[in-house]
Structure formats: structure tokens, C-alpha cells
Design a protein around this ligand. Structure first.
Ligand code: ADP
Length: 174
């Protein structure tokens, strides 16, 4: 299947998605936070933070996997996006690395379906018009080279983000 046919943009709450794995935009401690991190921990239950506490944190641009506990998703990949400092502190490479390392974990664990939030686009302040093309391009490049994951969803919490993803996908597809 063409790599383009393996990506979708959806609007909604990532904690509701019945996929093999959802990605959490976590912080370096992996012990929970606000935004999508808080929503995932609330929905997964306390066993998630207990497992995360055993992981020893996570470096920016890297990712670690846990079970999904009470979530419909079987697993959670916790990745730590870069804080936006204006663009000269390797933010683009670190953000791309979050997508690549998360997708690589799908290969290693045999996971077919994954959903990403817009990593770094909330409290970490990454401008969406810069972050969305990185998310889409990095994912497509990975899919061209790998059979897993079979299907990637970009889950947008709000309409502006949803429209930005649709615009970027349409533009890159041309
Ligand atoms: P970061 O600290 O990496 O910026 P945030 O959680 O603050 O992470 O925001 C990342 C993105 O996740 C933002 O676009 C935010 O709107 C979105 N988001 C927040 N809650 C959810 C949710 N329940 N499902 C999907 N996306 C969410």
C-alpha cells in the first residue's frame, strides 16, 4: 500500500482511540503532567504512572513504551518533545526524532496501528505551522521504508490543528 494511504488525520480525544498504541507527549520525568499527558494518565489509571516510575525518565527526542491499562489502546509510547526556544536549539531534529523513535517501537513490538497527538504543540510552544510538516514528512519517510506500523493517525484535539494537518497533507501530496 502507498504510504499516503497509511495515514489519516482525525479530530478528537486520543484517549478514546482503539488502536494498538497511542503516543503521549510526555515530559522528561515520565511521571505525568498537563495536556494530553494528564488526559492519558487519567484515562489509563494509576498503574500507568507506577510502570512509568520504573523507566528512569526519558531524554528529549527519545521514546519508551508501556502498557495501556484502562485505555482502549493496548500500549502507550511516551515521547518527550522539545520545548520551542525559537528554532535554533535543534528543535526540528528533536521533534522528528520523537516521531521516528515512536514508529521504530512499533516495528520492534509488532504494532500495526498508532495515533499521535501534536507533540510539542501545546505547553511546549512549538508553532503548529512548523511542527505539522515535520510530523507528516517524518512519518511518511518512515512508512516508505517499513511495513509497520500499517496505519498512522494524527489525532487533533481542536479544529485549527485538524485544518492545519489537512492542509499540510494536501500540499505535500501534490
Ligand atoms: P506538549 O507539552 O508536548 O506541548 P501538550 O499536551 O501541552 O504537550 O499538547 C500537545 C498537543 O496535544 C496539543 O495540540 C494539545 O491540544 C493536544 N491535546 C491535549 N489533550 C489532548 C487529547 N486528549 N487528545 C489529543 N490531543 C490532545
Amino acid at each position: 500500500m502507498n504510504a499516503w494511504e497509511r495515514i489519516s488525520v482525525v479530530q478528537g480525544n486520543i484517549v478514546k482511540l482503539p488502536v494498538d498504541v497511542i503516543v503521549n507527549a510526555a515530559n522528561n520525568t515520565l511521571l505525568g503532567g498537563g495536556g494530553v499527558d494528564g488526559a492519558i494518565h487519567r484515562a489509563a489509571g494509576l498503574k500507568l504512572v507506577a510502570e512509568c516510575a520504573l523507566l528512569g525518565g526519558c531524554k528529549t527526542g527519545q521514546a519508551k513504551i508501556t502498557k495501556g491499562y484502562n485505555l482502549p489502546a493496548k500500549h502507550v509510547i511516551h515521547t518527550v518533545g522539545p520545548v520551542w526556544h525559537g528554532g535554533n536549539r535543534d528543535e526540528a531534529e528533536l521533534l522528528a526524532s520523537c516521531y521516528r523513535t515512536s514508529l521504530q517501537l512499533c516495528v520492534e513490538h509488532g504494532l500495526k496501528t498508532i495515533a499521535f497527538p501534536a507533540i510539542s504543540c501545546g505547553v511546549y510552544g512549538y508553532p503548529i505551522e512548523e511542527a505539522v510538516p515535520i510530523a507528516v514528512r517524518t512519518t511518511l519517510e518512515f512508512l516508505v521504508e517499513h511495513e509497520l506500523p500499517e496505519w498512522v493517525q494524527f489525532c487533533c484535539f481542536d479544529k485549527d490543528l485538524f485544518e492545519e494537518y489537512q492542509k499540510v497533507v494536501a500540499t505535500l501530496k501534490e
